[in-house]
Ligand binder design. Structure first.
Ligand SMILES: *[C@@H]1O[C@H](CO)[C@@H](O)[C@H](O)[C@H]1NC(C)=O
Ligand SMILES: *[C@@H]1O[C@H](CO)[C@@H](O)[C@H](O)[C@H]1NC(C)=O
Ligand SMILES: *[C@@H]1O[C@H](CO)[C@@H](O)[C@H](O)[C@H]1NC(C)=O
Ligand SMILES: *[C@@H]1O[C@H](CO)[C@@H](O)[C@H](O)[C@H]1NC(C)=O
Length: 429
């Protein structure tokens, strides 16, 4: 399920618990000083991941709003058991050269994301010894050279923590990952690439499995981290809750599972500078089957916050949702229940301008700063993000002095409603 996507952290959740920016320098990489130290550039970023497999399902390159981004990140190159090889299998490999050339034509930096939910299986062994790291640096730089990339995004889900269920994993993952990045920066091409990491809402796991208390060494080799502040709640949760909470400190104690606010606090507290933190934001939501008796405050059309749902009757999302299938680890998974922002409009939950329909019960949670909608006919409730919640996230990015945002995924938006909202609110673009 969500087979290529960034997410579905059944096991993880147990733990966590400018216009090409005329005024913005779109140069990506920093510089290496005479002593060989890498200084990340600090220019603001507006990023989206581009899911290669959706290019043939309604989101070809011609639909990309290049002028809204400083960087686009093609997803995914996946790790393989052979450290000498990465593969774009499943992500339309033939399209990557066109993606890179079109990005360049538009003055946008082109990155490739390595890993993802299903593509992280072999990270641990690929960085597991000095010999493998040296070879993996060669694999990565050969790949970047072959495709003329401006950078690489590491979406390892997750160093030192199990992700999909059958990843190779070691207590030394985070230390080995750092060693890989340091060696990559010693390479003449690696020194020039933009290097980023998509990360969970808590810092990388240390040898004991707990979040590291000092990640400052990563800030010397990475240009930025993108915090994947989504899938915080989903169909694996006990009740309906926010996919992408901006805050949770204002929620009831038993409804605090992390948020953008807590994540930024954790990462910056562990030594990641605020101006190297990018907030990951979702252009999709999660759906839940909520019986009418549970959905409404008695006798009203007011939605109950955090209602219970029927976990045995998961609704399907939109046409990009993952069908029920057997995953890469051989485990049967139900339908995903993911619905994109465009899917909410297509399925009649929202007006075409992204606003609530008066005829559709809806709410906006002031703590998580995220909206909910409810379809009384099929008893589906969706937690998602809209222009208002993206504006709240953009204001947060601005007020904290973060580097910018990265949206999963470019194709999830509709008429640039989300991207325009967050760009405006950050005040950077
Ligand atoms: C990628 O797909 C090609 C064509 O289907 C196949 O020959 C190759 O073995 C695949 N590579 C990996 C690493 O799965
Ligand atoms: C190094 O990579 C090879 C595959 O390319 C793998 O078989 C081996 O286990 C890796 N070594 C470590 C220590 O992870
Ligand atoms: C609605 O009323 C019934 C009966 O009084 C009660 O059992 C139920 O908990 C109420 N539901 C909500 C959501 O308040
Ligand atoms: C939520 O916040 C808005 C704007 O600050 C305010 O008008 C509204 O009353 C709040 N709603 C609740 C339920 O607190």
């Amino acid at each position: 399920m969500f087979s290529f996507s960034r997410t579905l952290c059944y096991t993880l959740l147990a733990f966590v618990v400018g216009a090409k920016a005329v005024e913005v320098d779109v140069g990506v990489a920093g510089s290496v000083d005479s002593a060989g130290g890498y200084s990340p550039s600090k220019s603001k970023v507006a990023i989206s991941w581009y899911a290669g497999w959706h290019s043939t399902l309604g989101f070809p390159l011609s639909k990309v709003s290049w002028d809204k981004y400083t960087h686009l990140t093609y997803s995914f190159a996946v790790t393989t058991p052979d450290v000498r090889m990465l593969t774009l299998n499943g992500s339309n490999p033939e399209l990557l050269p066109q993606f890179v050339s079109q990005a360049k034509q538009h003055g946008v930096k082109a990155l490739v994301s390595v890993g993802g939910w299903t593509g992280s299986r072999w990270f641990s062994s690929n960085v597991g010894s000095p010999q493998n790291r040296t070879q993996f640096v060669k694999t990565l730089t050969d790949f970047a050279r072959q495709y003329k990339l401006d950078g690489l995004d590491f979406d390892w889900e997750y160093p030192g923590r199990q992700g999909i269920g059958c990843n190779t994993i070691s207590g030394s993952d985070s230390a080995n990952f750092l060693a890989l990045l340091q060696e990559l920066r010693q390479d003449p091409l690696g020194a020039k690439l933009a290097l980023s990491a998509a990360v969970s809402i808590t810092p990388f796991a240390g040898p004991d499995g707990n979040p590291m208390t000092d990640v400052s060494a990563f800030s010397k080799v990475l240009d930025w981290i993108a915090i994947m502040n989504y899938d915080i709640w989903g169909p694996w949760s006990a009740t309906v809750g926010p996919n992408a909470p901006l805050d949770d400190s204002c929620a009831a104690a038993n409804n605090q599972f992390g948020s953008a606010t807590s994540a930024v606090k954790s990462w910056s507290g562990a030594g990641m500078p605020l101006d190297q933190i990018v907030l990951g934001v979702p252009a999709y939501g999660h759906s839940f089957r909520v019986r009418k008796a549970d959905a409404f405050v008695n006798g009203t059309k007011t939605l109950v916050p955090f209602p219970k749902f029927d976990a045995n009757d998961r609704p399907a999302g939109d046409s990009w949702d993952d069908a029920a299938s057997v995953d890469e680890c051989g485990v049967a998974q139900p339908v995903g229940g993911n619905i994109d922002f465009w899917g909410l409009i297509q399925q009649g939950y929202l007006n075409s301008d992204g606003s609530f329909k008066q005829s559709v019960p809806h709410s906006y949670d002031n703590c998580s700063q995220t909206p909910y909608v409810y379809n009384e006919q099929n008893e589906v409730m969706v937690s998602f993000d809209n222009a208002q919640s993206f504006a709240a996230k953009g204001s947060f990015i601005k007020s904290k002095g973060l580097r910018g945002f990265s949206m999963w995924e470019a194709g999830g938006d509709s008429s640039n409603i989300l991207i325009k909202s967050i760009r405006k609110a950050t005040g950077f673009f």
